[in-house]
Ligand binder design. Structure first.
Ligand code: GLN
Length: 537
């Protein structure tokens, strides 16, 4: 049996308290003391994965190297820890039921009645221990999505209870993240909702070891004592998580509050190494004291919800910090760009990103934004659908192919410069069927991409069904508009570049998924640098 220790993170009172950030911050603190840590998220919904979800539901779908379509919290884990995650790091109720039902169909339950307890809980238990049993990790942090008391979360909470029983209390820590609301009229922080949610957890047989209290105001000593008393935790285990300006401050706040110390104490583990957070602190101080500012327009159809483009926004923060630059992101709804006089929405920008997306809504707006930035010499980064739209824009407005379009937008299109990939033609299921995950890309030797990446062979993550139609290469590519990256096996066009323009790059992949605090993505870094140059000119 492995010696892995388990931390479970549950949520109470309200959703959106930042369980993912707290889990990632704890992991960062443990990693900085030389522990090997991973984080996994269990989501209580019935979708097999979030790949089929509209971003308005749970925000962006994060894609791992192994091609898993996962919850956006995995993005935080990777950005904080700089360690890749995989399919095993994200499990949903849909996936759990799917495998239990498949086993039932194969007759693996030998005639027994298949039930939530023990069959569903056994499946969850197996998956909760999968990474721990690999022997690769000292500590596995498991985040349970949702809020205690939700009907959907019950099997997970019950599994945690069983696991603590089986693994031994000394090998498990339960962290309950809760909200301490401030009543402005009474000028008081209130602990009652927390008391109730801890009680709900207790009713399921789980005692919280640590309370992480999300609050807008400092918790007084008296309040901490009260929480400790009523919620049956040690006072040192009442951890304040006060609102901060940036998520990247949270690990240091958790360090001040001693979150990792409380966890290690319960595990009776001595730190392997004093905290080494010097790189993190350098990053944070650069982030907080920028010397320049650039304005980047982010054109997309889900801009009302910031979480829809989480990884892009974070990648811009990492890249900006590298250049001591505050990146002000101006969200531009692609549909608004379809209205008259819409170009004013793009004025004063130092760079424009056209975001990934699916379907027809807003695409003409994206194309008109690309025409504007191409003609005005404004730095441009097109990601996935954004790259495809850049191809259409060039075909229509420079090459005179007025009917150019993507088969995705018009199945009967006469000039399909973007076509459905051959491998996709017989696929009807929507879930997990796109070209997903890491694929190799060769870079053109004399292009600026090779300079940016400092290499001519890279690997990036993908999530798409359509591709540049190579039947149009001769017609579209010219001395200005070039293919700068391609898949070495299939010749699929991965990168296009307009070399006449100061900085105009479209990528079929998603560079944003690989940007981390310790390794800002080179493409985003180069794009922000180009925006800085634009700002100075
Ligand atoms: N809808 C496009 C495709 O499937 C682009 C996908 C994306 O932007 N992630 O190819």
């Amino acid at each position: 049996m492995s010696n892995t220790k388990y931390v479970f993170v549950t949520g109470g009172v309200s959703s959106s308290l930042g369980k993912g950030i707290v889990a990632a911050s704890l992991a960062k603190l443990l990693q900085s003391q030389d522990f090997s840590v991973t984080i996994q998220k269990f989501d209580p919904y019935l979708n097999v994965d979030p790949g089929t979800l509209n971003p308005y539901e749970h925000g962006e779908c994060f894609v791992t190297d192994d091609g898993a379509e996962t919850d956006l919290d995995l993005g935080h884990y990777e950005r904080f820890l700089n360690v890749p995650t995989s399919q095993a790091n994200n499990v949903t109720t849909g996936r759990v039921y799917q495998s239990v039902i498949e086993k039932e169909r194969r007759g693996e339950f030998l005639g027994k009645t298949v039930q939530v307890i023990p069959h569903i809980t056994n499946e969850i238990k197996k998956r909760m221990q999968l990474l721990g049993e690999s022997g690769d990790y000292d500590i596995v942090i498991t985040e349970i999505g949702g809020t205690v008391g939700d009907i959907e979360s019950l099997p997970y909470i019950e599994t945690v209870r069983q696991l603590i029983n089986e693994l031994g209390d000394e090998n498990c820590v339960v962290i309950h993240l809760t909200l301490i609301p401030y009543l402005a009229a009474a000028k008081e922080l209130k602990t009652k909702p927390t008391q109730h949610s801890v009680k709900t957890l207790m009713e399921s047989g789980i005692k919280a070891d640590v309370l992480v209290c999300r609050t807008e105001h400092e918790l007084t000593d008296d309040l901490r004592k009260k929480l400790a008393l009523f919620c049956n935790v040690k006072q040192e285990a009442v951890i304040q998580s006060i609102d901060v300006d940036t998520i990247y401050e949270v690990p240091l706040k958790m360090l001040e509050e001693g979150l990792d110390t409380v966890v290690l104490k319960k595990f009776q583990l001595a730190p392997k190494h004093p905290h080494d957070l010097s790189d993190w602190k350098t990053f944070l101080s650069k982030l907080q004291q920028p010397k320049n500012t650039v304005k980047i327009g982010l054109v997309g159809k889900y801009v009302e919800l910031q979480d829809s483009y989480k990884s892009i926004l974070e990648a811009l923060i990492h890249a900006g910090t590298k250049h001591l630059t505050a990146v002000e992101v101006v969200s531009i709804h692609s549909e608004h760009l379809e209205e008259s006089n819409s170009q004013q929405l793009l004025e004063g920008l130092n760079g424009v990103i056209v975001a990934p997306g699916f379907g027809e809504r807003g695409i003409e707006g994206k194309i008109s934004a690309i025409q504007y930035v191409r003609e005005q010499n404004i730095p441009f980064l097109g990601i996935c659908l954004g790259m495809q739209m850049a191809v259409i824009e060039y075909a229509r407005n420079v090459k005179g192919l007025s009917k150019a379009n993507s088969i995705e937008m018009n199945a009967k299109c006469e000039t399909p410069v973007i076509d459905l990939m051959e491998s996709q033609k017989n696929i009807t299921d929507k879930g997990g069927t796109m070209r997903l995950g890491a694929w190799d890309c060769s870079l053109k030797k004399d292009s600026k991409l090779t300079e940016i990446y400092q290499s001519d062979a890279i690997s990036e993550r993908h999530r798409h069904r359509y591709e540049f139609n190579n039947a149009f290469s001769e017609q579209l590519f010219d001395a200005d508009f070039k293919m700068a990256g391609w898949n070495p096996e299939t010749q699929l066009v991965e990168i296009i570049e307009n070399v006449k323009h100061p900085w105009f790059v479209g990528v079929q992949f998603h560079p944003e998924y690989k940007s981390t605090v310790s390794k800002p993505h080179p493409l985003f870094a180069a794009f922000v640098e180009a925006a800085l140059i634009h700002n100075r000119s």
